[in-house]
Design a protein. Structure first.
Length: 214
């Protein structure tokens, strides 16, 4: 029964993680598009004598919702900054629960942030608020995209929390820790090698030993 629940929780977590990955790609392309728009606007002002007059507004929206849309994929990749120098020295059974506790605190923080974000969207919709700019963007649109990204991030945190709790209770804490702890230096090296097209990135990374200083 417990294994069935773990499988179901894992499937749910992977589904949300897949959505987060797609959102991360969308955020990345949005940043590229923003860079292109800014470049065009600078060149147009210098050589063509006109401006879009919306670069600041649109780039601000893109940075806001792009940051929120990238949070879920970053969590799935275990790329958020973690200060775990002390945690790594605890025994396994204690360390597993400490990882879980940190995730629970993150859920509380992001839940509070999502509540505030959604309240802001509701207020903008209620008053039909628009930006004070040339294109007068309805604020509910960029705010809604921002809140959606935070909401998916919260959903992924909760899915991870449920799955890892079940894994620890089932005596499979090492699997839970793999989903939660920071990436090892071998994983970081493998990612860098894969980025430059090295076909044997994983094997090379495993062969690298950390430098031990006296």
């Amino acid at each position: 029964m417990l294994n069935t629940l773990i499988d179901a929780a894992g499937a749910g977590r992977r589904s949300v993680a897949w959505l987060g990955r797609m959102m991360g790609y969308a955020a990345g392309w949005c940043f590229i598009g923003t860079a292109g728009l800014i470049t065009f606007d600078v060149l147009a002002r210098r050589f063509l004598g006109f401006s879009t007059q919306a670069t600041t507004e649109l780039s601000g929206y893109a940075l806001a919702f792009g940051m929120a849309w990238g949070l879920s994929h970053t969590l799935s990749m275990r790329a958020h900054v973690r200060i775990d120098v002390i945690v790594n020295h605890f025994p396994d059974r204690i360390r597993y629960w400490l990882h879980l506790t940190s995730l629970a605190f993150l859920a509380v923080l992001i839940g509070y942030l999502f509540y505030g974000a959604w309240t802001l969207v509701e207020e903008s919709m209620l008053f039909n608020a628009t930006d004070i700019s040339v294109i007068r963007t309805p604020l509910a649109i960029p705010q809604g995209l921002w809140a959606f990204g935070i909401g998916i991030f919260l959903l992924l945190i909760l899915a991870l929390l449920i799955e890892c709790s079940l894994l620890i209770v089932a005596g499979r804490g090492a699997e839970a820790e793999f989903l939660l702890h920071s990436r090892t230096y071998q994983e970081e090296v493998a990612e860098a090698l894969e980025a430059v097209g090295e076909p044997n990135a994983a094997e090379i990374a495993k062969s690298i030993q950390p430098e031990v200083k006296p």
